[in-house]
Design a protein around this ligand. Structure first.
Ligand code: IPM
Ligand code: MN
Length: 358
């Protein structure tokens, strides 16, 4: 089969990690006989430099016409002085919105070989960690009304409205329930229903859906408690379902448990098989161009693409297994390095992973 992939390398370490993800896809194509056609698109700072726009229309059109999108990372100090609506990050936010990518899946898995890179005590992670954060991605406070106004004695005031409609909650909750059904069968829906009206609607809506998924256990948790429970006893979580802002925060927290944010892939879905795949980490300009960045997050994102957009589960597992082997053989990029391990750079770990896909 032939699959078309829109590729936005982006800024900072983006191009480096995407090169390795493509190396892996090329390897999969060679071993399994699939054809991947890559279409390069501009997004973020790279797009601003060339076209003066963070997300040119051409990029949106090419993404829409592809089977999936692979994205590196956007942003960097170079564009910090720009007003909010012109910043590289708007490329990401607009792409999510334009492509209708309402469900963001962020797995946080602790590879056994990396237990010593996890900042939590051995006793806390002894049962392993295998969590998926399902984050609503096109609504909530990120996309509610925003503004700045004069506020009398208090000076200038600025606001961002948190708003969720029932159907926005339902569609992302369905993704979480379907996922939980194939995993350990537990959802923790995270909100702040003791304070926020939007959270009360969120909670009611998710509860009402639960009846349709008899094999799945649903619990609700306040976000402050969830932030604490994640580091106190991460083993209690299977699927965490939450809104855009809480999901942004909790997925970073869940991420660090896996040893490094450099290990974390993500997928964002609209209805159907179309998806955008990107590492959770940012553009890390401080280490860009130094062959230091860990490409595993991008590589595992490509594996998610194989599984979810192309239905190639066997191929996805082969990639994941190859990553595991390389870690088991003690190869480490700087972010996960500890004494006595084998230090490797971005390109070398990419090559080692590719070699192990047979
Ligand atoms: C993420 C990032 C983005 C977000 C930023 C870059 C806009 O932090 O994907 O988690 O907040 O969604
Ligand atoms: Mn984030």
């Amino acid at each position: 089969m032939k699959y078309t992939i829109a590729v936005a390398r982006g800024d900072g370490v983006g191009p480096e990690v995407i090169s390795q993800a493509i190396r892996i896809l090329d390897r999969v194509s060679g071993v399994y006989g699939h054809k991947f056609e890559y279409r390069s698109v501009l997004a973020g700072g790279a797009a601003i430099d060339e076209t003066e726009e963070a997300l040119p229309k051409e990029t949106i059109d090419i993404c829409r016409g592809s089977d999936a999108v692979l994205l590196g990372a956007v942003g960097g100090g170079k564009w910090d002085a720009l007003p909010r609506e012109q910043r590289p990050e708007t490329a990401l936010l607009r792409l999510r919105k334009e492509l209708g990518l309402f469900a963001n899946i962020r797995p946080a898995v602790l590879f056994e070989a990396l237990a010593d890179a996890c900042p939590l005590k051995a006793g806390i992670i002894s049962g392993g960690v295998d969590i998926v954060v399902v984050r609503e991605l096109t609504g909530g406070i990120y996309f509610g009304e925003k503004g700045v106004k004069e506020s009398g004695d208090m000076g200038l005031a600025a606001y961002d409205v948190e708003i969720y409609a029932e159907e926005e909650v339902r569609r992302v909750a369905r993704t979480a329930f379907s996922l939980a059904r194939e995993r350990a069968g537990k959802i923790t829906s995270v909100d702040k229903a003791n304070v926020l009206e939007s959270s009360r609607l969120w909670r009611r809506t998710v509860s009402a859906l639960a009846a349709g998924y008899p094999g799945v256990t649903l619990e609700h948790m306040y976000v402050d408690n969830a932030a604490m429970q994640l580091v106190r006893d991460p083993g209690q979580f299977d699927v965490i379902l939450t809104g855009n802002m809480f999901g942004d925060i909790l997925s970073d927290e869940a991420g660090v448990i896996s040893g490094s944010i450099g290990m974390l892939p993500s997928a964002s879905f609209a209805a159907g098989n179309f998806g955008l795949y990107e590492p959770v980490h940012g553009s890390a300009p401080d280490i860009a161009g130094k062959d230091r960045v860990n490409p595993v997050a991008a590589i595992l994102s490509a594996a998610m693409m194989l599984r979810y957009s192309f239905g190639l589960s066997g191929e996805a597992e082969a990639v994941e297994q190859a990553v595991k082997s390389v870690l088991d053989e003690d190869y480490r990029t700087p972010d996960i390095y500890s004494e006595g391990k084998k230090a490797v750079g971005t390109k070398e770990i990419g090559a080692l992973i590719a070699e192990r896909i047979l």
